[in-house]
Ligand binder design. Structure first.
Ligand SMILES: Nc1ncnc2c1ncn2[C@@H]1O[C@H](COP(=O)(O)OP(=O)(O)OP(=O)(O)O)[C@@H](O)[C@H]1O
Ligand SMILES: [Mg+2]
Length: 540
């Protein structure tokens, strides 16, 4: 059942002209931003050829990135398989199919699936050994791995899914090679093609079945995730007019922490500690940015700053967030309806429900609809700290997005947001940066932005822009700290982060441990840092 509870009714807006003027201003500032970004031409994607190896189900594969006439290309070097081997593989496959059965339970449950995969691998080994008793171990591993990919996985796509350098994998049809987005090179064409359109449908079906869904002529769209956590979107022909398509957005196995984001220049130390301060003292933060600009990554990287005794509820469409172990976290995910239209659990359902779970902090994957925005702003109003992402390219555009359809947040509510962080991705150079950090100033009719920090392309720096008018005041009001004490606190935080950078402590759980120490016994942490006692910090 859907919750029909009305929480806030947006008032009809008067002063339409004034609003229009504001929007014009926003558009102008957006233009300025894109003009700025056009100026950056210094750095670029990697332009050197490269070879590396990846391993999937014990099958080792070489990847070559080569500059061909058509541009840089991703070449998967698969070993040639002779006709005799193919025949052998087909025989083993048939034997395996008759020897083992897989139920729906094994398909849907990841742990059961892992078990069945192991049984399959053992069984395959036995059959191959019977057929070729003298087979060498590495050949055996290769054949078993290949069988597993073909029978239980997505065939050769499994190699791409397991290449940690790839962010996105796109199959447009069986006529075009698969395209990948490489962390160092950007978009690359590959030497892989799916042979037939039916194979793409088949892969989509495998993915759908694993999450208890269907994709067919009547329901040709699928949004799902793989067992590995990677997000998959699939659209069938003729809705996708060139052919059946699959887009895989890879889940970061080893998520970026704030240390990584400082190291790769996405964020400055000064902004990082400002966000830490804001999160520690329960400020509400909205993260804006364009598609794949890195909104979720920034959100995730900031979450370890939450003190460990605070109850965190996150609501997402697909599980992307990954928080360190010690946090008091309850992650929730939505569910689409089944083919009969039943069983849907929407973001709104979960958001409304999360308020009944006594949360201190609420994280919303992405704010898209009016009802979600209303519940979220109501939650901020009733004293919860809220973090969410929103699709907008600048602070000005964020205000415009929030206060116009479809979100329709009344402008006077905008000052419940304490900070707006805008992330920006430069496609040409393949870099992501914090473009702006701002506070909102709002009254009944409209809202404006006060930009505290902004990124400048000259010198690729994040610089201070204006003095804060509200953020520190709110912190002082909430905590009773004077500005001097706040400044000291920020310096202390900087010292801790710099120490982590120097000692290359960046992994999510290690970073989490340090935050845990900070909140449990700050003095002892600072003492250990002074003595450079890593053991006392990480092994306790
Ligand atoms: N600062 C960064 N530095 C390097 N890579 C990044 C950075 N931020 C994000 N990425 C990579 O870019 C991809 C997209 O990131 P992310 O999912 O955070 O973007 P998003 O803006 O939330 O996307 P969407 O619009 O789909 O919600 C991921 O593969 C992620 O690992
Ligand atoms: Mg996102």
């Amino acid at each position: 059942m859907k919750q029909k509870k009305k929480i806030h009714k947006p008032k009809k807006r008067k002063h339409f002209n004034k609003k229009k003027l504001e929007i014009k201003k926003h558009i102008k500032s957006k233009k300025e931003t894109s003009e700025e970004s056009n100026k950056i031409k210094t750095e670029s994607f990697n332009k050197e050829e490269e070879t590396y190896e990846i391993e999937v189900d014990k099958v080792k594969i070489k990847i070559e990135i080569k500059s061909l006439t058509s541009g840089y290309t991703y070449l998967l070097k698969l070993p040639e398989i002779s006709i005799a081997t193919t025949t052998l593989l087909n025989e083993v496959r048939n034997n395996l199919i008759t020897a083992t059965t897989i139920g729906m339970k094994e398909i849907i449950n990841p742990t059961a699936f892992k078990k069945i995969k192991l049984t399959f691998m053992k069984e395959a080994e036995t059959i191959i050994k019977e057929k070729i008793p003298t087979i060498e171990q590495h050949m055996m591993e290769f054949l078993v791995g290949k069988l597993m990919q073909d029978m239980l996985g997505l065939g050769e796509i499994e190699f791409l899914i397991n290449d940690p350098n790839l962010e996105e994998i796109v199959i447009t049809s069986s006529k075009e090679p698969i395209k990948v987005y490489h962390k160092k090179y950007g978009w690359l064409s590959t030497n892989l093609k799916i042979k037939k359109e039916e194979d793409i449908i088949n892969y989509s079906n495998i993915i759908a079945r694993r999450v208890g869904r269907q994709i067919n002529v009547l329901t040709p769209l699928l949004d799902a995730h793989l067992i590995s956590g990677d997000r998959v979107n699939s659209i069938l022909y003729p809705i996708s007019t060139k052919g059946n398509t699959i887009t895989i957005r890879k889940f970061a196995r080893d998520p970026y922490t704030i240390i990584d984001l400082i190291n790769n220049n996405t964020i400055s130390l000064e902004v990082a500690v400002l966000l830490w301060l804001g999160i520690e003292y329960e400020m509400n933060i909205l993260i804006s940015g364009g598609t794949a600009s890195g909104k979720t990554t920034i959100l995730n990287a900031c979450m370890p700053f939450i003190p460990p005794n605070h109850r965190i509820i996150s609501v997402e469409d697909t599980r992307e967030l990954m928080l360190p172990e010690f946090l008091y976290w309850c992650p929730l995910v939505t569910r689409s309806p089944n083919p009969e239209g039943k069983g849907e659990v929407s973001m709104l359902d979960l958001l409304v429900n999360s308020l009944r779970m006594r949360p201190d902090r609420i994280i919303l994957g992405e704010m898209r609809r009016e009802e979600e925005a209303r519940v979220l702003f109501e939650a901020m109003h009733t004293g919860h700290s809220v973090y969410a992402t929103l699709h907008a390219n600048s602070t000005a555009e964020t205000i415009s997005r929030l206060t116009n359809p479809p979100l329709n947040v009344p402008p006077n509510l905008l000052n419940t947001v304490n900070l707006n962080v805008v992330v920006f991705r430069d496609r040409k150079k393949g870099i992501r940066r914090i473009l702006q950090v701002s506070e909102f100033e709002s009254n009944k009719e409209d809202a404006t932005a006060n930009i505290l920090y902004r990124w400048i392309p000259e010198g690729d720096k994040i610089i201070k822009h204006s003095e804060s008018s509200r953020f520190f005041e709110d912190i002082t009001r909430n905590t009773g700290m004077s500005q001097r004490e706040i400044d000291q606190n920020l310096e202390e935080k900087k010292r801790i982060i710099l120490w982590l950078i120097k000692n290359k402590i960046r992994d999510l759980n290690d970073f989490g441990k340090v935050m845990n120490h900070y909140y449990h016994n700050k003095e002892e942490l600072i003492k250990s840092i002074s003595k450079n006692d890593i053991k006392n910090i990480l092994e306790k």
